[in-house]
Each structure stands twice: as C-alpha cells, then as structure tokens.
Write a protein that binds this ligand. Structure first.
Ligand SMILES: Cc1cc2nc3c(=O)[nH]c(=O)nc-3n(C[C@H](O)[C@H](O)[C@H](O)COP(=O)(O)O)c2cc1C
Length: 202
C-alpha cells in the first residue's frame, strides 16, 4: 500500500492514529513517576523517551497535551523532579492501565496496584517493581506549538540497575533485566539480542 499526504489526511481517525503511532517502529516503554506539591503521586505510561546525550546525561519525553494540572506535566514543571522506570512482562497490564484518564489527585499507583518507592533527596516516586529506574531533574521545557505538546528535557541524576545486568563496559543487558518494548499505543513486545558490533569507522 502507498499513502499520499492527501490519503493520510483523509484516513478514518482511529485508522490514521494506529498507522502513524506504529510507523515509527519499536519504542522505549517507561512509567514516569511524579508527585505534586500537595503530595499526590502520579504515574503515567510513556513511549516517547529519547536519548539526547551522554555527557551531560540527558533524555527527553514528549508530554501531551499542554495542560498543567496535578498530572505528569504540571508536577514536573512545579517540582522539577520525575522518575523513569522500565516496564517488564510481569506488570505490563498494570503499566497499560496507568494510561487511563484518572481524575487529578488520584494515584495511579493505588489504582493499578504498583508500589511507590522513594530515595532520600528525590521527591518523585520510583516504581518498586521496575528493574531499571532513573531519576531526572527538569532542565528545559520546549513548547511545541504545532500540536500543543511539550518536549521535556531532563538531566539523569540517579540510576538503579541490577548488578548482573551491567557489563564490564557499562552496557546494560535489557533482556536480562526483563525490559519490554512497545509499538503504537496498545501493543507490547519482548526482544532478543542479535549482535553487538564494534565502533564503525570509514
Ligand atoms: C503505550 C502508551 C504510550 C504512551 N506514550 C505517551 C507519551 O509518550 N506521551 C504522552 O503524553 N502520553 C503518552 N501516553 C498516554 C498517557 O499514558 C496518558 O495520557 C496518561 O493518562 C497521562 O497521564 P497524566 O495526565 O497523569 O500525565 C501513552 C499511552 C500508552 C498506552
């Protein structure tokens, strides 16, 4: 099948969403944990995590829409703190359920049955069930006017990784950790390692 620009615009809404949401390939699947200034915990599923750089250690997420309540966006902007937690097959249904539109102030941790965990000096909650966890500090918010979204850039200020999942060179064994991936907004996948290649030179 071929889709011209006109054809894409003319597609039925749900069909277009499925097509465009999955055409970008497999994506990182993470739970973003935040806490409002009032102390309410929030947990949401994200697949837009991108690596920005290793030195300094920066990553970004796309948060939509541009509404700053006691939700992921509002909590990150007001507290500057959030956590990023990998998802495993053992709690994929619970992770998916966090994407439901719960009322502000309602804790998705409680609603779906995941456990908040804290480290001193990091206000945002981690997901205890998650094998690989990071804490981020907001360093830049980029407003994308095109579709009212935000690119939230964070500095990685803490990482927790199981000892037996880190190689001598620092490379993380995601299969061993149980990390899964996703396609679109409803399809979850496990992976298998194929090959690691040496640094490419001309
Ligand atoms: C697989 C999957 C991936 C998602 N990825 C994103 C994402 O990258 N950015 C986003 O804003 N919402 C994403 N969502 C939707 C959010 O999880 C959902 O809107 C959530 O309720 C937002 O919570 P909040 O309003 O408490 O911030 C995704 C949902 C699913 C099921």
């Amino acid at each position: 099948m071929q889709f011209t620009q006109e054809a894409i615009i003319g597609l039925e809404r749900r069909y277009r969403a499925n097509l465009i949401n999955s055409i970008g390939g497999f994506k990182s699947l993470v739970l973003v944990g935040t806490r409002s200034r009032e102390g309410n915990e929030n947990l949401s599923l994200f697949s837009s995590l991108v690596h920005i750089g290793a030195d300094p250690a920066l990553c970004g997420i796309i948060v939509r829409p541009n509404r700053e309540g006691q939700n992921t966006l509002g909590n990150i902007i007001r507290t500057g703190s959030y956590t990023i937690n990998h998802v495993t097959a053992g709690f994929v249904e619970k992770a998916h359920q966090t994407s439901a539109k719960y009322a502000e102030g309602v804790s998705e941790f409680e609603q779906v049955g995941l456990t908040p965990a804290y480290l001193p000096h990091i206000p945002a909650p981690f997901v205890k069930e998650s094998p690989i966890q990071m804490a981020c500090e907001l360093v830049q918010r980029v407003k994308i006017d095109l579709n009212d979204t935000n690119f939230i850039i964070g500095k990685i200020i803490h990482a927790t990784i199981p000892d037996d999942c880190i190689g001598h060179d620092g490379f993380i064994d995601l299969e061993k950790a149980g990390t899964i991936t996703c396609s679109g907004l409803d399809s979850y996948h496990s992976t298998f390692a194929m090959v690691r290649l040496p640094y490419a030179r001309p």
